[in-house]
Design a protein around this ligand. Structure first.
Ligand code: C5J
Length: 238
């Protein structure tokens, strides 16, 4: 067992029963010309997450910790996309339309791919999800259960949407979730900040919040270089 310093308090985890879950670090969310940009967002706000995510990914690979990647996206014929999702927002380019990164949020298109720095290795499960939560309409729960996983270290984008939805789903299924704050990002800094506080408030109502430096330190590793460091270290909001 190791103990990770987190809000609202230290959390013990068994590395052999833990997984690193990296949510939707796709070009469609992080690069100009993708889904995030089509909704009018400043995608450069998410770039700072790549370094710390990469540090935790390196740690997990070195320690043979289960790594799970997720991708939000839809079938090319859009049959798995609810009309309510396709119609939503005043997007200049909607899901399925052709943009600079190929068809927006469609599986197999360049924009649907994970950013090169965090690309999955063979053997690392990639969960293709049609919704915001990684447990909805996927086999994630089965994969985690079959590997005896009890705790999730969660990274990815965006904090208040797919990260939050997935953490809530995981919490209800009995997983202990430790969200690495500096490895998560939002187009809205205030949503990121409050999103993290919501997780750890009320005694950790549905999880814990830590950061890459403290997680690396729990594994006896030095923090990643300064630019990877956390600026989301949280006080307990208990
Ligand atoms: C969004 C996500 N924001 N991955 N998806 O639509 O958070």
């Amino acid at each position: 067992m190791i103990t990770i310093d987190a809000a609202p308090g230290p959390v013990p985890i068994d590395p052999d029963r833990s997984a690193l879950v990296i949510i939707d670090m796709q070009r469609d969310f992080l690069e100009p010309g993708g889904f995030g940009a089509s909704l009018g967002n400043d995608v450069t706000r998410l770039a700072r997450t790549i370094g710390p995510c990469s540090a935790l990914l390196g740690l997990a690979r070195e320690r043979a910790i289960t790594v799970i990647h997720t991708r939000e996206g839809h079938r090319a014929d859009l049959t798995d996309a609810p009309r309510s999702k396709l119609e939503r927002g005043a997007a200049s380019l909607r899901i399925g339309d052709v943009g600079p990164l190929g068809r927006i949020l469609i599986r197999g298109e360049p924009g649907h791919d994970i950013v090169p720095a965090l690309h999955p290795l063979p053997g690392e499960p990639v969960i293709d999800k049609p919704g915001k939560g990684a447990f909805y309409a996927t086999d994630l729960h089965a994969i985690l259960r079959n590997r005896g996983i009890e705790a999730l270290i969660v990274c990815g984008v965006t904090t208040e949407v797919c990260v939050h939805t997935t953490v809530r789903e995981a919490n209800d299924r009995g997983y202990r979730c430790i969200v690495a704050g500096d490895c998560c990002g939002s187009y809205f800094p205030e949503f990121h900040e409050v999103g993290l506080r919501m997780i750890s408030a009320q005694g950790g109502i549905f999880g814990w919040v830590s950061d890459s430096a403290r997680i690396l330190s729990a594994f006896g590793r030095p923090a990643a270089p300064r630019s990877f460091g956390s600026h989301t270290r949280l006080r307990s909001t208990n």
